[in-house]
Design a protein around this ligand. Structure first.
Ligand code: ADP
Length: 383
């Protein structure tokens, strides 16, 4: 070979090396950006190259892990090893017809689990067709798994909440019947024993009577609560008209309390008419029930803000300790002893369900100045 040819070959080699280095850099950059790592398995020698990125995926520096199949065996979750090797065997035996792709768990250096989609191909065979080299790729799937886990949890939660609602409906519905019987017999006993001189007996009867009425009110509340949102359709609801009707319904109570209700310009919203009526009714009734010494003044207003109608219902009543501002929206939560104010602790839970579950909004309470509370709730402008 003359000097010229050698020189030419050298140049060609250098150019090929350069191209190879570029391809390698491109490959590395692709694997880095796609959260992928790779391995190259030299089958006859049973040796392996494990890419630094694959090691990094599991929390290790390149130098911390040996380049060998043993490393894979050591770090893969033991329960996933048998399936992986079975599939690998099938892939090799079938000469690549059975694809090698499997989702497995690896142990991260920090003890957590890394979900990996592992796939590979035989890339080189000897003259007899025996596999010589296999290249595999590992894609970190942990984040997706987490999202899947959350979705599963959400579905389970939805299913449980539906189940609970059905249970509450059936239970409260079925409990009404025996309770009616109890109340019927209490009335009968009251009638039979009227004029009885044993005051203790009459007092016991009174207790039973009061308790069964209270139970009836709790059951009725629960039944109403579980019925919310059933068999209703969304319509355009003119809130000013709605409030006019609520004020008519509560006219006697408003008059008895000598209350003033100021209603500002309210919008028409897409919503559930009956439920919005219950919402305003509950909030106004509460504002009147929990009034202070001043004659009640209720102000209802609404503003459009960031895709939502922001409603506010302000009162000048006894106010709510900020420590309980979340608790009051839960079922059966009341801040006062039974005797002090009438109620079953379900009104605000209903409001919460109506706004959050049915109208995709938020509801909360803040202190009014100088006294009282302001209940805020939002309804999207575009549902
Ligand atoms: P209920 O009125 O039947 O007790 P709610 O669920 O409507 O039940 O209200 C829960 C609790 O929140 C009430 O018991 C009361 O302590 C408090 N609360 C609700 N609305 C007001 C209000 N406007 N002012 C002061 N406290 C209130």
């Amino acid at each position: 070979m003359d000097q010229n040819t050698i020189e030419l070959l050298k140049q060609e080699l250098a150019a090929t090396k350069k191209k190879l280095a570029e391809k390698e850099a491109l490959f590395d950059s692709i694997t880095e950006r796609t959260l992928a790592g790779y391995w190259i398995w030299y089958i006859p020698e049973n040796t392996m190259f494990i890419s630094p990125h694959l090691k990094g995926m599991l929390g290790y520096q390149d130098s911390e892990l040996e380049n060998s199949p043993e490393t894979i065996n050591m770090l893969m979750h033991p329960s996933d090893l048998p399936d992986t090797y079975t599939l690998l065997g099938k892939h090799i035996e079938s000469n690549g017809v059975v694809p090698f792709e499997i989702e497995v768990r690896y142990k991260h250096k920090n003890g957590s689990i890394v979900w990996v989609i592992c796939s590979g191909n035989i890339v080189q065979r000897d003259t007899d067709g025996k596999p010589m080299v296999m290249i595999g790729c590992h894609i970190d799937n942990t984040e997706l798994k987490k999202v899947e886990g959350i979705q599963k949890y959400m579905h389970e939660l939805e299913r449980k909440s539906l189940e609970m609602e059905q249970f509450a409906y059936v239970a409260s519905h079925d409990l009404q019947e025996p309770l009616n019987t109890i109340q019927g017999f209490v009335n009968l006993l009251n009638y039979k024993l009227s004029g009885n001189s044993d005051s203790e007996v009459m007092q016991y009867l009174d207790y039973i009577n009061l308790s069964s009425h209270r139970m009836a009110s709790l059951i009725k509340g629960l039944l109403e609560y579980s019925k919310i949102g059933k068999e209703t359709i969304m319509t355009k609801v003119n809130c000013n008209d709605l409030l006019e009707q609520v004020k008519i319904d509560l006219a006697q109570l408003i008059k008895d309390c000598n209350a003033t209700i100021e209603v500002g310009e309210l919008p028409s919203v897409m919503g559930y008419d009956l439920e919005l009526r219950i919402l305003f009714q509950n909030l106004i009734t509460n504002a009147l029930k929990f009034r202070g010494e001043d004659t009640p003044l209720i102000k209802i207003s609404c503003m459009k803000n960031d895709g939502y109608w922001n409603f506010a219902l302000a009162d000048n009543g006894i106010g709510i300790d900020p420590a309980f501002k979340e608790k009051i929206f839960k079922l059966y939560q009341r801040l006062h002893p039974k005797g002090e104010y009438e109620g079953n602790g379900l009104g605000l839970a209903q409001c919460h369900k109506i706004i959050v579950e049915l109208h995709d909004g938020k509801i909360w309470v803040e202190q009014n100045e100088p006294k009282g509370s302001i209940f805020y709730f939002t309804i999207p402008t575009s549902i």
